[in-house]
Design a protein. Structure first.
Length: 351
């Protein structure tokens, strides 16, 4: 199976097309793209149109089989950028395995289905198809990224006019419900829980999370964009990944343990994908935080800034993918984290 390469390219604005030039300069074609994963400089909330602009720029220029995943919010030292996952069929002598990736769009979700069992099932089904396409098992998977829809005011009105109840009448709250349903769909597909338990968790009656799920919501789409990244013995490239979870927003130790594994393998960190949220208890390690009671700055923006600063310091730059709102993506108040790294080329021992 063809493996993947990863290019991380800074952007000057959400409509920046320079990454296409970098892609070509690196010897890759746009039709080999699997996914474009970006951080844009909007507020990351319902009215973050930086995501919409970036999507409008990229969607017409990528293969129909590829997906975009744009996460708004580059608070603090986080820097706007795109991560290009591209099929890499070049030979890499000395490697007997590597990272693979596949992407799909789910069916369109009806507004009344957002945040509910139908979304859990849809995401689980899509992830399952991607696992089959890649020929990998859930144990091989290090990251599942989902971009999912939210409820706009028009959608809420339409659902209510049809005599139905939306999962939330508040559009911002619908983002959390959508992320939760997507994350639980990932957990079901990866065998981390069964469907019944996932639905109990969605109702707040069970505690389930995945350390490999990363879901963000936006108004720029009506379906779910799903990406699976896994390690496979059928590919041969220098990319590898490790995943884990942060217990809270300042859990340096857990991140360092992952980085120690990278260092022990002789690897170089290429990218960190992480989820972040304000601890719902209102405190971090016994001390009160004000993220949930700040009427000026949304809690997800606080969380991205805090976790983004920690991870940027460890990676050495601010082009880190940190997404806010971690419902069922790592433990409450913490978040899932995946580190993609590159191994050095093995030295040849033949004469």
């Amino acid at each position: 199976m063809t493996g993947i390469a990863l290019l991380t390219v800074p952007t000057t604005d959400p409509g920046d097309t320079r990454p296409f030039e970098v892609l070509a300069e690196s010897g890759y074609r746009a039709d080999a793209l699997v996914s474009v994963i970006g951080k844009t400089e909007g507020n990351g909330c319902v009215n973050d149109f930086s995501r919409t602009l970036a999507t409008a720029v990229w969607e017409p220029r990528i293969p129909q089989s590829a997906v975009t995943v744009f996460s708004g919010g580059t608070e603090g030292v986080l820097s706007p950028h795109v991560n290009l996952l591209v099929r890499d069929d070049r030979p890499h002598p000395g490697f007997d395995r590597g990272l693979v990736a596949a992407a799909r769009r789910s069916r369109v979700l009806e507004p009344v289905e957002i945040g509910r069992a139908a979304q859990v099932d849809t995401v689980a089904d899509t992830v399952g198809k991607l696992l089959a396409e890649l020929g990998v098992t859930p144990a091989d998977v290090h990251l599942v990224l989902v971009k999912c829809p939210l409820l706009t005011s028009d959608k809420v009105t339409a659902v209510q006019a049809a005599g139905q109840a939306p999962v939330a009448s508040d559009t911002y709250a619908s983002m959390g419900w959508s992320r939760a349903a997507s994350s639980l769909g990932i957990a079901v597909a990866l065998g981390e829980c069964d469907r019944d338990t996932a639905l109990l968790a969605l109702a707040g009656e069970a505690e389930v999370w995945s350390a490999r799920a990363s879901a963000s919501a936006g108004a720029e789409l009506d379906d779910c964009h799903v990406l699976v990244v896994a390690e496979s013995p059928t590919a041969a490239n220098p990319l590898r990944a490790v995943h884990g979870e942060m217990a809270d927003a300042i859990d340096l130790a857990s991140v360092q343990r992952l980085l120690d594994r990278v260092a022990a393998a002789g690897g170089t960190v290429r990218q960190i994908f992480a989820k972040a949220e304000a601890d719902p208890t209102g405190s971090v390690r016994g001390l009160r935080h004000t993220m949930l009671t700040d009427s000026d700055i949304n809690a997800t923006r606080h969380a991205r800034g805090a976790v983004g600063g920690l991870l940027s310091a460890l990676k050495g730059d601010g082009a880190v993918y940190v997404s806010g709102g971690a419902e069922h993506q790592g433990p409450p108040g913490g978040g899932s984290i995946t580190v993609i790294y590159e191994l050095p080329t093995p030295e040849r021992t033949d004469g």
